[in-house]
Design a protein around this ligand. Structure first.
Ligand SMILES: [Zn+2]
Length: 225
């Protein structure tokens, strides 16, 4: 009896720790070549797995170890749509373009994993209560993609770009530099963005203004800001 009780306790504790997120994948583009390519070369089960892996990875990068640290999201839905563009996220729904899937020429699985990691960051990240610059939001999403080793080859190289908050790869590379000055910088920045946003967050975490950091970053790679 005693053993059973301990076993039950361990089971319940494990359940509490995982508190599984529900992932659904709906392919609404099966009548198009991209929808068929998604079904044949990626598939719903694999996509669900990627969404789960992305979530675990994001919690680790953001250093969110408890439910209290995390955004409370119980369900994330991925839709494969017959639409232009690559992907977008709103209301915990990720929409992936079947036309993009159809036209992609390289390693499709790797590319779509990278896109899904980026979009999942938008589900999980804080946005300064709506006050954070869009370029920073996109930069953090691509920073996670970079750290997951899903950066595409066409991205800018470190030190390239004209503005720290240009967004996407430019800002991701800059955040990678900032994080190299203090490990956990991006996690701390995201945490501060839970309730608002200020450029002063860079000063508070790294002791330098974001403009100074950008100048230092450009100089490190032999470029003038
Ligand atoms: Zn984005």
């Amino acid at each position: 009896m005693k053993m059973h009780f301990i076993g039950l306790l361990i089971f319940l504790t494990a359940m509490q720790g995982t508190k599984a997120v529900d992932y659904t994948v709906t392919n609404k583009a099966l009548s198009t070549p991209g929808g068929v390519r998604f079904r044949d070369q990626i598939g719903e089960a694999s996509a669900r797995q990627t969404l789960d892996s992305a979530t675990q990875f994001i919690w680790r990068i953001f250093q969110q170890n408890t439910a209290a640290d995390r955004k409370n999201v119980e369900k994330v839905s991925l839709f494969i749509d017959d639409m232009d563009g690559v992907a977008y996220t709103s209301n915990n729904e990720i929409h992936l373009s079947a036309r993009y899937v159809n036209s992609y020429g390289g390693d499709l699985k790797r590319e779509i994993s990278g896109v899904l990691y980026h979009e999942m960051v938008h589900v999980r990240q804080w946005n300064g209560n709506g006050g954070a610059p869009g370029g920073l939001i996109e930069g953090i999403a691509d920073y996670v993609r970079l750290k997951a080793d899903y950066a595409p080859s066409h991205w800018v190289k470190p030190g390239q770009g004209n503005k720290w908050d240009h967004g996407y790869d430019v800002t991701a590379r800059f955040l990678d530099y900032c994080n190299s000055l203090k490990n956990g910088f991006v996690a701390e920045l995201n945490k501060k963005m839970r309730t608002g946003y200020s450029d002063q967050f860079f000063v508070q975490i790294l002791g330098k203004s974001v403009d100074q950091l950008w100048t230092d970053y450009k100089a490190k790679y032999g470029n003038i800001a």
